[in-house]
Design a protein around this ligand. Sequence first.
Ligand code: V47
Length: 371
Amino acid sequence: MEEKDIFLQTWMKDAALEDIYSKVLEGKRLSREDGIRLYQNPNLLAVGKLADIVRRKKNGNYATYVYNQHINYSNICLNRCRFCAFGKDENAHDAFELSLEKIEEAIQQRMQEPVTEIHIVGSIHPKFSYAYYLGIIKTVKRLRPKAILKAFTPVEIAHIAKLANMPVKDTLQELHAAGLDALPGGGAEIFSHRVRQEMCPEKLSGEEWLNIMKTAHRLGIQSNATMLYGHIERIEEKVDHILAIREAQDETQGFLCFIPLAFHSQNTPFAYLPTTCGIEDLKNIAVSRLLLDNVLHIKAYWIMLGLKLAQVALSFGADDLDGTIFEEKIAGMAGRTSPDSLTVKTLQNLIQEAGFIPRERNTYFYSIKKG
Ligand code: V47
């Protein structure tokens, strides 16, 4: 055995992770109990090292970013989830809604830039019609025919299907035909019924969220998946959430990446909760990487993690930083301290300084070669 292997073996033994280390080396699937133990293990560096082994097997020395533009079409929301500082009543002073002309303006403002992905999410608006949602898709595709449109979480898709008076499958099919390319991973929160009752009782259930994603995948619409942590959830609930994604992925292979989202509590009834700490953030990235053997990419979403921690997360299992963004309102309204847009140069520097090779990717994680 080489000296470095002996060192690793001893380290993992000291951290009481020797058996999980063996599974990782053999490429064996980790169990629910393994997931709970990893979360409970106080040796963050050892857990991170395990995640890094998997990350390097799957994604080598590369870390990616995307040239994207986020647009939020409205924050006027019928659901009013308790953890969300973004959603507002119609008459709130900071409520907003974008007409199709305003969405066009937002896209026009960036037309000189090589945006490859447009990410659009909003709210469960009380008045917008099905035609409005189709209008968003058509507007984006008219102005930016080559960009990939990633829009509408399963929560919005369920609402749009009601407006269209059609089953979800037919609605997705129509939206896809109109130009919707992929779905973002939002709205998943934590699938646990207990947590949802407390935090977002009006929202789609975890099962419904998963079913809509699986339906989309079967129609050829790929998506991301998220998990919101750092509030009232328990370790077991996070592990079960991640394993539910893993199970769905076994069925459809439609998830492109997984994004653990750090909860920001300001301007919510949960403002008494402290901001997540770095240890917790890195743990969530690392455990997700280790449990999700069938999801190729883990995103360290710098908006929620902050730039410095997102950069460190690249050595704890993450292989993507998301992108240029331009305008972010969801965490922005909940006390985010990071900026809301980054240049490609900054993204590349963050990746390089972390010891990885930066690569621009598109929504589907295909490399974009320049020049
Ligand atoms: O679903 C809401 C979360 C999500 C708060 O798919 C909050 O590429 C923290 O899903 N503190 C929306 N989080 C964001 C999202 C996303 C972002 C970037 C990329 C992708 C992708 C998806 O944000 C919501 C919810 O889980 N959220 N409120 C909050 N106060």
